[in-house]
Design a protein around this ligand. Structure first.
Ligand code: BJ8
Length: 425
């Protein structure tokens, strides 16, 4: 890290000893998984810097923003519309939920058979190791899966500034009406928090900023269709993860610079792995920082990941919000329409997700699909069975992996992944 941030962390109430331990593990994991890769694009240096400063400079920036009167809002889900937050001149940060922490304490509050992602959110709070949670003026929970929905009742006792958003479970007219009502209620809450009245002009600006970062990620995704793949799945995943907490304008510029470099690579037929390397589409639960286990296993077993059908990936970033409206009503409708297309497995029925997996398989010229389910995640694991069946009926080789954040099953997973990749060759 470029500076000593210990006083800042102390002022946020972090447990410095536990936080040091977390940063040590994170730094070592990054070294072994990311920096050990070969042929990385030079532009990834930006993301290496961002990761090295993830609890340093970025937090300092947020604290400086707060000192200047701006607000910081934390979220756990892509249903929280960043456009509304930006329109109020506030900053939205995705809260990291990708590592186990303080598990013993967590299991005093939540059942053991809760998914790792939810447990991680609690562990970071209980262990006092997350400067994002501690910097946030408001944290937004959402009624998605049962695990999250019920856990927010418990989290409410730990986080006084928790705001819970209700979400529909069906893609019906009533479902859309609920989403719209909840986004209007959220807009009011954000206005109250920030003291900013969100008018059409502000909303348009917010939509523009968020659309631009989505467009940059779309450009990056498009370049991954090339063979040889110009960027590893691990590096592309990192871009999708940083999407959630970096400054959006700086993020957009940095991703576009990487895309310029990737275009030059493609012209010269340069890749990160040789042409003809088996290509994998990952599908399933989101992978938050620093959950890199499965992608690392796949890319050290002779394959390259070319796309993620995931909320930290294309499910979260595809589709732009229409910027054409001129009133708050029209622009809010556009935000609702855009988000109502997110095909999270909490929806029932959810046929759009299967169509999207098939579409991505074709577009990214994948050879096989690996479905990633977090243990105890009812929505995605239940969906993984019909998804696997439907894909195999179309001769799309599919491997279902259910795992958690521990490293205990790495050997076993590697054996299964290697056998699957061998089959694709
Ligand atoms: S829109 S995927 S970000 S809810 S892994 S906590 S589903 S038991 S994360 Fe998600 Fe929003 Fe949907 Fe996307 Fe529950 Fe499953 Fe755990 Fe999950």
């Amino acid at each position: 890290m470029s500076e000593d941030y210990r006083d800042m962390w102390k002022s946020l109430g972090l447990d410095l000893e536990a936080h040091d331990a977390l940063l040590d593990v994170l730094g070592k994991g990054y070294q072994d998984i990311y920096l050990a890769q070969k042929n990385r694009p030079e532009g990834m240096g930006y993301f290496d810097f961002v990761m090295s400063e993830v609890h340093g400079l970025r937090i300092k920036e947020l604290i400086d923003e707060k000192a200047a009167g701006r607000k910081v809002i934390g979220s756990f889900c892509v249903f929280v519309p960043e456009e509304i937050v930006r329109a109020a001149n506030a900053t939205l940060v995705g809260l990291c939920t990708g590592a186990d922490f303080a598990t013993e304490e967590v299991e005093k509050l939540l059942p053991r058979n809760t998914c790792s992602l939810i447990k991680s959110a609690f562990g970071f709070k209980l262990g006092k190791v997350c400067p994002y949670i501690e910097s946030a003026d408001m944290i937004v929970g959402e009624n998605t899966c049962d695990g999250k929905k019920k856990s927010y009742e418990v989290l409410n006792n730990l986080i006084p500034n928790l705001y819970v958003m209700d979400l529909p479970q069906m893609k019906s007219d009533e479902g859309r009406a609920l989403l719209k009502a909840e986004y209007l209620r959220f807009k009011e809450a954000v206005e109250k928090l920030t003291g900013v009245t969100i008018d059409a002009e502000r909303l348009k600006t917010g939509i523009g900023i968020v659309n631009n970062k989505r467009k940059a990620i779309h450009r990056l995704s498009d370049l991954r269709k090339a063979d040889p793949a110009p960027i590893s799945g691990l590096d592309a995943l990192l871009g999708n993860q940083v999407f959630f907490y970096d400054d959006p304008v700086r993020f957009t510029d940095s991703v576009n610079k990487i895309c310029d470099e990737l275009e030059r690579r493609i012209e010269k037929a340069e890749g990160v792995f040789p042409a003809g390397t088996p290509r994998i589409l990952l599908s399933g639960c989101p992978m938050a920082v620093p959950n890199w286990k499965l992608p690392w296993i796949i890319e050290t077993s002779g394959a390259v990941i070319v796309g993620e059908e995931s909320c930290v990936g294309e499910r979260g970033t595809r589709n732009l919000t229409d910027e054409g409206g001129s009133t708050v009503e029209e622009l809010m409708d556009a935000i609702v329409d855009r988000h109502f297309q997110v095909d999270c497995a909490i929806f029932t029925p959810n046929p759009e997700r299967l169509s999207h997996i098939e579409e991505m398989f074709r577009e990214y010229k994948a050879d096989g699909v690996i479905h990633y389910g977090l243990q105890f995640c009812q929505p995605y694991i239940t969906e993984s069975m019909p998804v696997e069946k439907a894909l195999e009926e179309k001769d799309i080789p599919t491997l279902r992996i259910d795992t958690d954040y521990s490293m205990e099953d790495v050997g076993q997973l590697k054996t299964r992944v290697e056998a699957f990749i061998e089959l694709l060759k």
